[in-house]
Design a protein around this ligand. Sequence first.
Ligand SMILES: [Zn+2]
Length: 300
Amino acid sequence: MTDTPETQGPPPPTVDPAGLTEIASGVWVIDDRRVPLVPNIGIVAGEDAVLVVDTGMGPANGATVLEAARKLAGERRLILTLTHFHPEHGYGAQAFKGEAEIFYNAAQRDELAEKGEAYLGMFKTFGPSVAEALEGTDLVMPDKVYDGSSAEIDLGGRTVVFRTWGLAHTKADQIVWLPQERILFTGDLAEERIFPIFPWFPPDDADLDAARWVEVLSDLEVLDPAIVVPGHGDIGGPEILKAVRTYMIDLAARVANERKAGKDADAIVAELGPVIRAEHPDWDAPEWIDFAIRYYSTIS
Ligand SMILES: [Zn+2]
């Protein structure tokens, strides 16, 4: 039996190590192939240590990423960091426990402790292939955290900066910045040709600050990255950051205008949703448009 587009669900959220590509000397990405719930994963090598950025979702994906990193690292020690606590980015971390030093910020750890199990339950309702990927997931805590907004690590001849601005897409999104190579890993602060992911699920999760998020994107543009590795979507340059920022500023203003005209969130979703969709015919994941409109309706 052949699958038709009608009977096919989304492809399973499987990290494919065949996508491993060296984007700069000693810096690799396992790309997401634009598969939903697969993130872009980074592997950054120094002389002494090799850093992994995000794991994919569930123990099997985590093991795949660990194996890819181990092959590249040889005898060098491994460090794992996560861009944020969302399942498709960090719920493969258990494969790294005891194999790598898991290191990220304290607020991200706290958010994982607070919401991790609830997100695990929610994602398991996203269909059989997602539930299967998450089967056997254990949430693991970092080995080490930093307080405050940034940390710098030396991989041996290569400096890496971790930085958070606090509440934006989540409570503690963390970018990974390679200042010498000007390579930026954004996590879900930026997607490429994908509608920005507004995890606006009140009352369960209303920890989102889009105004701060826009400020973060401005700050990231000031860094003047040569290469931007978005959380999801194709690798590019600073135009990725600008596209997300422009979209958010524009949508906020349009929703605020509709609110001033007395319309409620449902009416704005019905009216504006299809218009926004049509303005970005080549962007994926249109389901996030309505979440964004509802968020802006609530705050404006
Ligand atoms: Zn996310």
